[in-house]
Design a protein around this ligand. Structure first.
Ligand code: ZN
Ligand code: ZN
Length: 758
């Protein structure tokens, strides 16, 4: 007779709303074990009883083969008295305990649900809300934990008998799938357009598809908010959307029905395909194919296209199934908002705020509880480089290298995210946006409340950027309610974020290159071309780009020709009329600018690498005025990719701890005057910046053999690739971002570590 035992097994991690209990049930049943499983505040609690060998086997399977969306962080098992009995149950009751469970991100429609959507014989044929335990909305519909239907926005929909049966059947794919529904009991679509009656269900879908086919702009409710959609091949439709959104040249993302369609317009390699088709379904930045059918004004002069594959059943229906009338096969899908405002996610708000932007609205009655923008990913070296970490990723926890007390970090100012930490976990919020908008500030409040509700973190400390004028810093001070607020230097936080991602406990220092557009320095200068020797406790500024005067702040950011003139002035190079940025600067403005630079009036010194890219882009003749952040640098990079820069390399001067761009500028001007192509000038400049990084690391190698690269400038794929190659050739260990963005969307993670290391 074999020995019988009973274990209580506590599983922590992302185990709710990801099909974990059904998996436990079927695993136990397959092994002939009895017992039960339930969710509690800290995860899943399993009691399992039977043959000792089978119980061991069960534990292994839970550890090694959990469902695809589950993240098992820890398993603790204790022996308890055997009770006998047969059968395995899933208990509904949640019992409060210590610890916490983790909410799942939203998940793209799975293959099984996609098949049902297309299967005429299935009762969910053409059901725009088909989902199961393996897919569907989560983060954006859960108000609090534990995750049960009652705490989601599906609470309003009573399950029909068929759905209730599936929900209760442990053998069914929808067993305890909280958002489960069907055409009988689920949400319904509506289509609203000025001057016509509101229509529903298939009529609504038809109305929306007709609008898209006819070149109109459709507001469509998605998982984390409204998109504005139009036919991506229709130049006039895209131009009109651009005009209404007051979008300038900022690129739009394109949604495609499948990977095959993505391949027709962009270069999709193996790793990119995996990300494109994965459960997160982010926007993936991919090199665009020449003469693709995509309208030019989708992403003017941009080397890449942001592509995402349809991720909800509603998207798939918008593209149309076999029997539908043909419609657009490529759709612009951009956030439903104006300019830098937060994305619309409430129906009434969408109807009001998008009134001037959309020609029709495709809505439904499943509420979105919190907004969540699409994520944006670049694939580099076969790995993900996040540009915006939001839908599909938030609120997956980031494992921390050292345990932290409950902390709230409020991030920076642009592209902001916040983060909470407790113990070995950090949770980053979804993308919140640029904090200069009043609406964003209110989104900041609600994001914070939701993040705290889902994680149960009750902060004892707040951490903010050292910039006294950042709205996030002001928010932290207003909302501290007596708790300490620590501030962290911007570029130090960038470097700490990469270190944290890579599991550094802070005992070792790294050489950090933090290259970005702007960040507050303790000397009140605008930093941005920084070489720091850093751990979490502190940093030493080993080198920096030479200060040049930033005249008039934002106006010089929007007009790269001004940055070029400032750099020429600082380098003692004459403003000759044949230079592109000199020609681009109106004479009156040139006079005022010269006066400002001479007197320092309205000028702040800056070591910004981002602004140097702007200046070189202008000098090379690529771009003099920008409509969105980093446009000049992006276009310069786009021209330079794959271009052989020949033997003529530019080189920065390095004098002690100051990096002097003057020799590079002189060489750029000489090339431009000699008629060297913009692309070649750009390639030589990228090479020079990469050489600078490798050269400085070599000089500083006694301090550390580990190099960290962070800051928005390292979103530049060409620069990052060149720097990585050079540093690895020299034997450096290089750490770059894989989990959080190198831009300011990753700052909050670094703040958590630095703020707790004082
Ligand atoms: Zn599914
Ligand atoms: Zn139903």
């Amino acid at each position: 007779m074999t020995s019988r035992r009973r274990l209580r097994v506590c599983v922590q991690g992302v185990v709710q709303g990801v099909g974990f209990r059904p998996f436990v049930y079927t695993t136990a049943a397959a092994l002939g074990l009895s017992g039960c499983v339930r969710n509690d505040d800290s995860g899943a609690v399993i009691e399992v009883e039977g043959d000792a060998a089978a119980v061991d086997d069960f534990l292994h399977r839970v550890r090694d083969g959990p469902p695809p969306l589950a993240v098992v962080e820890s398993i603790a098992a204790e022996e308890i008295p055997a009770l006998g009995g047969t059968g395995f149950t899933i208990a509904d009751t949640s019992r409060s305990g210590v610890g916490r469970t983790l909410a799942s991100p939203d998940v793209a429609m799975c293959a099984d649900c996609a098949a049902e959507l297309r299967n005429r014989a299935d009762r969910r044929y053409r059901h725009p809300f088909v989902n199961c335990t393996n897919c569907g909305p989560r983060f954006t519909i859960i108000g609090s934990l534990p995750y049960d239907r009652a705490t989601t926005t599906m609470a309003a929909f009573e399950m029909c008998a068929d759905c209730a049966r599936e929900y209760a059947d442990p053998a069914d794919r929808r067993f305890h799938a909280q958002p489960v529904c069907c055409p009988q009991c689920g949400p319904t679509l509506s289509y609203v357009a000025p001057g016509r009656d509101i229509s529903h269900r298939e009529d609504a879908l038809r109305g929306a598809r007709t609008l898209l086919r006819d070149g109109g702009v459709l507001a469509v409710k998605g998982i984390g908010g409204y998109h504005l959609a139009c036919d991506a091949r229709n130049e006039a439709a895209v131009a009109e959307l651009r005009r209404r959104k007051r979008r300038g040249d900022k690129p739009f993302a394109v949604m495609v029905p499948d990977i095959a369609a993505a391949r027709r317009i962009t270069v999709v390699d193996g790793p990119a395909e995996a990300v494109l088709g994965g459960p997160q379904r982010p926007i993936v930045l991919l090199p665009r194919l020449a003469d693709s059918e995509v309208a030019d004004c989708v992403a003017p002069r941009n080397p890449d296209l942001g592509i995402m594959v349809a991720y909800t059943p509603l998207h798939v229906l918008l593209f149309g199934l076999e029997d539908d009338e043909p419609g657009p096969n490529l759709l612009v899908m951009t956030s439903g908002n104006l300019g830098g405002e937060p994305i619309c996610y409430d129906d009434g708000d969408a109807l009001a705020r998008l009134a001037e932007l959309a020609d029709g609205w495709l809505l439904h009655d499943r509420a979105i509880l919190v907004p969540c923008d699409d994520s944006v990913i670049r694939v580099l070296d076969g790995a993900e480089l996040p540009i915006r970490r939001s839908r599909g990723y938030a609120p997956l926890p980031v494992a921390l290298p050292v345990p932290l007390p409950p902390t709230l970090a409020v991030g920076a100012d642009l592209k902001n995210t916040m983060a909470v930490a407790d113990g070995r976990y950090a949770w980053l919020s979804q993308h919140i946006g640029d904090m200069d908008d009043l609406a964003t500030l209110s989104a900041f409040d609600s994001t914070q409340a939701h993040l705290r509700a889902l994680t149960g973190v009750d902060p004892v400390l707040l951490v903010a950027d050292a910039h006294p004028m950042y709205r996030s810093t002001g928010w932290a001070q207003r909302n501290a309610h007596g708790l300490p607020v620590r501030t962290v230097q911007h570029h130090h936080a960038h470097i700490a974020a990469v270190m944290a991602e890579h599991g550094y406990d802070g005992s070792q220092q790294v050489i950090g290159f933090a290259f970005d557009g702007t960040g507050y320095g303790p000397d009140a200068a605008v930093w941005g071309g920084e070489v720091l020797l850093a751990n979490y406790k502190g940093y030493q500024r080993l080198a920096r780009l030479k200060y040049v005067p930033l005249a008039g702040g934002d106006v010089s950011v929007l007009r790269p020709y001004r940055m070029a003139l400032a750099h020429l002035w600082a380098a003692g190079i004459a403003w000759d009329g044949d230079l592109a940025p000199v020609a681009a600067c109106p004479p009156d403005e040139r006079t005022v600018l010269a006066h400002q630079l001479e007197t320092g009036l309205g000028c702040a010194p800056t070591s910004s690498m981002g602004r140097l890219f702007d200046a070189v882009s202008a000098l090379a003749g690529v771009r003099q005025v920008v409509a969105y952040e980093a446009q000049a640098a992006i276009e310069l990079e786009g021209l330079s990719r794959g271009v052989d820069c020949g033997v003529t390399a530019y080189a920065f001067g390095v004098d002690e701890d100051v990096i002097d761009p003057a020799p590079v500028l002189t060489a750029v001007i000489a090339d431009a005057r000699a008629g060297v192509r913009e692309a070649v000038i750009g390639a030589r400049f990228h090479r020079a910046v990469a050489d600078l990084v490798v050269g400085l690391a070599g000089k500083l190698a006694d301090s550390s053999r580990t190099v960290a690269l962070s800051g928005g400038v390292f979103q530049n794929a060409l620069l990052l690739r060149l720097a990585l190659e050079g540093l690895r050739d020299k034997g450096f260990h290089v750490i770059t971002h894989r989990i959080v963005p190198p831009n300011d969307g990753g700052i909050a993670l670094g703040q958590l570590l630095v703020g707790n290391s004082g």
